[in-house]
Design a binder for this molecule. Structure first.
Ligand SMILES: C[S@@+](CC[C@H](N)C(=O)[O-])C[C@H]1O[C@@H](n2cnc3c(N)ncnc32)[C@H](O)[C@@H]1O
Length: 275
């Protein structure tokens, strides 16, 4: 496992993923009943954008630095922007919240957060990030297997699946996990982050998950035409059992990312299968 998210923290793809995550958490915590959140690929929890790894790629310059300097970002980014401000009380944009920081901050009394990470270094950082939150636990274990173990236990379930896509079987494992979780808990909300490289891979993935998902929302941010399959030309969120009324906020977030951070020929779109 070579992937470390610190190289990519706060890039355009994180903006799409984390704006979506805050919108989902807002919607899912609006209901009183307790919520269990499983983060199958949690990473370190939060990131120092002044650190060596982040500075080596400089990806945040075309991501969160642009977002925080913008005065035209849609409301869909308010949750993420608020979390960035909270993590940098002295001002500036040095610390960027990963999915664990965003999820842990949204937990209410009685909610649970199960965060999974395989790497020794990142799981140690994850444990530090989650230490102040009694409802949150970090597990050095395979996140796909943990998601299946948590399904069907009763209560409301939200699963975030955000693999590094450095293994050939990541797409197949996501589809298998979604099918298994949704067979045990048909009402679970499952959100998946995907890179957009070429349309064939993306279409094949959607076809593979559709049979298990009654209600599927797809949010695409193509920063450029998908003509070079060797590059990450954009990203997408695919959400089973999405909360209602999330489509327009997601569309506005994707559109802002494409228009402000993309190239000519980019496209933002939010749609539901069968709709
Ligand atoms: C894209 S990063 C996660 C970023 C995080 N979700 C965020 O938004 O802040 C993917 C992480 O998954 C970890 N990982 C890879 N395979 C895993 C597996 N099968 N189970 C749990 N973690 C895994 C990697 O070490 C890496 O830290």
């Amino acid at each position: 496992m070579n992937y470390r998210h610190a190289f990519h923290a706060g890039n355009f793809a994180d903006l799409v993923k984390h704006a979506t995550l805050t919108l989902l958490l807002d919607a899912l915590t609006a209901a009183a009943a307790p919520l269990t959140v499983v983060d199958t690929h949690a990473g370190a929890g939060g990131y120092d954008l002044d650190g060596e790894l982040a500075r080596r790629t400089g990806e945040a310059a075309q991501g969160v630095f642009r977002l925080m300097a913008a005065d035209d970002a849609p409301k869909a980014f308010d949750g993420l922007k608020g979390a960035v401000r909270a993590g940098n009380p002295g001002g500036g944009v040095r610390f960027y919240p990963g999915s664990p920081s965003l999820i842990a901050a949204a937990l209410r009394k009685g909610d649970r957060y199960v965060a999974c990470e395989l790497r020794d270094d990142d799981v140690a950082l994850l444990r530090e990030t989650l230490a102040p939150f009694p409802g949150a636990t970090a597990h050095q274990t395979d996140g796909f297997a943990m998601a299946e173990r948590q399904a069907g236990k009763g209560g409301r379930l939200f699963i975030l699946i955000d693999p590094p896509f450095e293994r050939g079987d990541d797409y197949a494992r996501i589809a298998a996990t979604m099918a298994s979780v949704l067979s045990l808990d048909p009402g679970a909300c499952v959100a998946v982050w995907l890179p957009l490289k070429d349309l064939e891979t993306f279409d094949a993935f959607l076809r593979s998950v559709e049979p298990a998902c009654r209600d599927l929302l797809v949010a695409e941010a193509r920063l450029k035409p998908l003509t070079d399959p060797m590059k990450m030309n954009g990203c997408a969120m695919v959400i089973a059992n999405p909360p209602k009324d999330i489509d327009n906020p997601l569309a506005s977030a994707c559109a802002w990312v494409v228009e402000r951070l993309g190239e000519p020929g980019g496209r933002a779109e939010v749609w539901r299968t069968g709709a």
